[in-house]
Design a protein around this ligand. Structure first.
Ligand code: XMP
Ligand code: MG
Length: 193
């Protein structure tokens, strides 16, 4: 039988030119997702929230999170691009995916992110949503890099606070690859490779 116990030793993976080592095992991710779902249930169970899933990276976390939310909610998928290679560029274009939504007013909105790094993406998204009269905004992010954060809107809920290293897997990619990995891997400093 396949066991997901923490004893499983995963090996390093190579994506393009980079080597990544095992960092967060799927069992830990599932456990933290359980706790996040519990916390969100306490706050949102009676509120019929609109979950805005930020594609592409958050697709796996969002799917596993909503599977644990047993109360009325809606899910919408949005896209914005702010990232090239492994450095946050801070150059954000536009929000796609809300064209069919006439109003975001009077509605608790929960942004679902894979990772909050500098926080500039969230700042942009908050500004866009606030311009559309969305005032009840909060964010749940699987990962948070507090050392890099310089934004206005820290995630109210996050799964793991992590150091600034680049991570892949479980939806997160390096140059488009690695999203299908079930665990999260972290880039090895070049001296260790
Ligand atoms: P900011 O800096 O605006 O960045 O908070 C948020 C977006 O940057 C991407 N990002 C990463 N993607 N591994 C990734 O695969 C990482 O370690 C990483 N750090 C930031 C991601 O798209 C996130 O939404
Ligand atoms: Mg993202």
């Amino acid at each position: 039988m396949l066991s997901f116990s923490k004893k499983i030793r995963l090996s390093n993976i190579t994506l393009q030119d980079r080597v990544f080592s095992p960092y967060l095992h799927q069992a830990e991710i599932a456990q933290r997702t359980d706790s996040l779902a519990q916390a969100l249930t306490e706050v949102y169970a009676q509120q019929f929230p609109l979950l805005l899933v930020v594609l592409k990276g958050a697709f796996r976390f969002a799917a596993d999170l909503v599977a644990r939310l047993d109360f009325p909610l809606e899910v919408e998928f949005i896209r914005l691009a702010s990232y090239e290679n492994s450095q946050s560029s801070g150059q954000i274009r536009t929000v796609l995916g809300l064209e069919d939504r006439l109003s975001l007013e009077d509605r608790p909105i929960l942004i679902v992110e894979d990772i909050v790094d500098t926080g500039l993406t969230l700042d942009f998204l908050y500004a866009q949503l606030q311009a559309r009269q969305a005032h009840q905004l909060a964010t749940v992010s699987l990962l948070f890099k507090p050392d890099n954060f310089r934004g206005e809107h820290p995630p109210a809920y996050f799964g793991f606070s992590i150091p600034p290293a680049f991570v892949v897997g479980y939806g997160l990619d390096y140059q488009g690859q690695g999203r299908q990995l079930n665990d999260i891997f972290r880039e090895k400093p070049s001296a260790e490779v």
